[in-house]
Write a protein that binds this ligand. Structure first.
Ligand code: GDP
Ligand code: IMO
Ligand code: MG
Length: 426
């Protein structure tokens, strides 16, 4: 029965939130499996805008159970604030369940994020500053604090002590401040009572749900090009954002997955530092940023903008074994007489159809463009593929051909219903 993974097929902010929300009422569970409140998903329902960070966008779907899987890093204060905000707006959050194995973002790891960026100086990553990297580093270093540790005060106190013995000298040097292990532990313990009712053996629950024929959607934060293994390292986030991460981040095995949906803009954006071959640093980039309202949901930073990159699209198709692609924001391109699409890279006279294996090459490549004819008509009201102007249809068909993946839906505006469905996803 359907287990569907939704992943970002570019550098994030492709419209994953809208894509999962749009799967609608047929979904029984929505699972966040990676990342934390570095994510920012905007969903617009009947003109009302919701900005979600730690919670999966599926929380807006009535009767759906939202799950925070073991692969997520949780900042409890952010979690409670988001729950309160949604509750005040009439959204039922009472079904939210959290894996006891998810890791906790501590106060000292938020500070370590800032210290690390300061240490890197001009080589900084441009993180969201939410403590994501240091929390995953502690997880791998086996000194992390898990949700279940908040229910074992003596062990928790030992853990903050051990972690801060290492971190305080760095914090002192790069921020001039240290953290008191006892205070950090007490703050964490103060979250326990509110978290207790949300705990669940999410691995067992999700596997049993699939046994019973329920529909489970795994909603990624970030994207393949920000994946710790498959992205433009070190300019990446610290989690497994690709489809494989849905399995490790939830405890559902790969043979149970039915579909993998990649979400991609009809052009490209990136926030933070790192290579971006089709980036536009001129007036065209400013035009895209204004037309697409490309400002980060989490940090408010202007997004770097560029043309659609089919090398990235083919890579996303391959690494995630995509069955479907959703193209968002086609409406933003309306009014351009011709639209460049990057079909390959070029460096040192050599043409590359695939992602370069070496990071140094990725920094040097230049995009090879093909120019596709644009359209003038307002497409925001189109609901069928054939309603689109011929050149808009051809643009989508060209992206399908270049990416090697079926395009199942096309976004023509931010609202839930502003989507053209070619092949239903559920
Ligand atoms: P996510 O992080 O992948 O969920 O994406 P974000 O929410 O950070 O960024 C996507 C932005 O594009 C949001 O502001 C959405 O409301 C908006 N959006 C999504 N799909 C469309 C679309 O088809 N057209 C337009 N104009 N906006 C869209
Ligand atoms: P959604 O889920 C876009 C970027 C940051 C930075 C790098 C590392 O909304 O698509 P981190 O704080 O994770 O250590 O930052 O990753 N980044 C994102 N960019 N969308 C996101 O999430 C992102 N989450 C992290 O800008 O370059
Ligand atoms: Mg986003």
């Amino acid at each position: 029965m359907p287990a569907i993974i939704v992943v970002g097929a570019q550098w994030g902010d492709e419209g994953k939130g809208k894509a999962t929300d749009q799967l609608g009422t047929k979904v029984d569970y929505v699972v966040k499996f990676n990342g934390g409140n570095n994510a920012g998903h905007t969903v617009v329902v009947n003109g009302e805008k919701f900005a979600l960070h730690l919670l999966p966008a599926g929380i807006l779907t009535p009767n759906c159970t939202p799950v925070i899987g073991n692969g997520v890093v949780v900042d409890p204060q952010v979690l409670f604030a988001e729950i309160e905000d949604l509750t005040a707006r009439g959204i039922d959050t009472s079904k939210l369940r959290i894996s006891p194995n998810a890791h906790i973002i501590t106060d000292y790891n938020r500070k370590m994020d800032a210290a690390n960026e300061r240490m890197l100086g001009k080589n900084k990553i441009g993180t969201t500053g939410r403590g994501i990297g240091p929390t995953y580093a502690d997880k791998m270093d086996r000194i992390g604090i898990r949700v279940q540790d908040l229910f074992d005060p003596p062990t928790l106190r030992q853990k903050t002590e051990a972690a801060l013995a290492r971190k305080n000298p760095i914090l002192e040097r790069f921020t001039g401040q240290t953290c008191d292990p006892a205070e950090s532990a007490e703050e964490l313990l103060s979250f326990a009572d509110r978290l207790r009712p949300m705990l669940m053996n999410t691995t067992a629950e999700l596997n049993h749900a699939l046994d019973c024929g329920k529909t489970v959607v795994f909603e990624a934060g970030q994207a393949v090009m920000l994946d710790i293994d498959h992205g433009t390292y070190p300019f990446v986030t610290s989690s497994s954002c690709s489809a494989a991460g849905a399995c490790t981040g939830s405890g559902v095995g790969p043979r149970r997955i039915d579909r993998v949906v990649g979400v991609s803009k009809a052009y490209l954006t990136r926030v933070g530092e790192g290579p971006f071959p089709t980036e536009l640093t001129d007036g065209e980039g400013d035009w895209l940023r204004e037309a697409g309202r490309e400002y980060g949901v989490t940090t408010g930073r202007p997004r770097r903008c560029g043309w659609y990159d089919a090398v990235v699209a083919r890579y996303a198709t391959m690494v995630n074994s995509l069955t479907d692609m959703v193209i968002t924001k086609l409406d933003v391109l309306t009014g351009k007489d011709r639209i460049p699409v990057c079909t390959a890279y070029e460096a040192d006279g050599k043409r590359m159809e695939d992602m370069p294996a070496l990071q140094s090459e990725m920094h040097r490549v230049r995009p090879v463009y093909e120019y596709l004819p644009g359209w003038e008509e307002d497409i925001s009201g189109c609901r069928n593929f054939t309603d689109l102007p011929r050149n808009a249809q051809n643009y989508i068909l060209a992206l399908e051909e270049l990416s090697g993946c079926r395009i199942s839906a096309v976004g023509v505006g931010p609202e839930r219903e502003q989507t053209i469905v070619r092949t239903p996803l559920v």
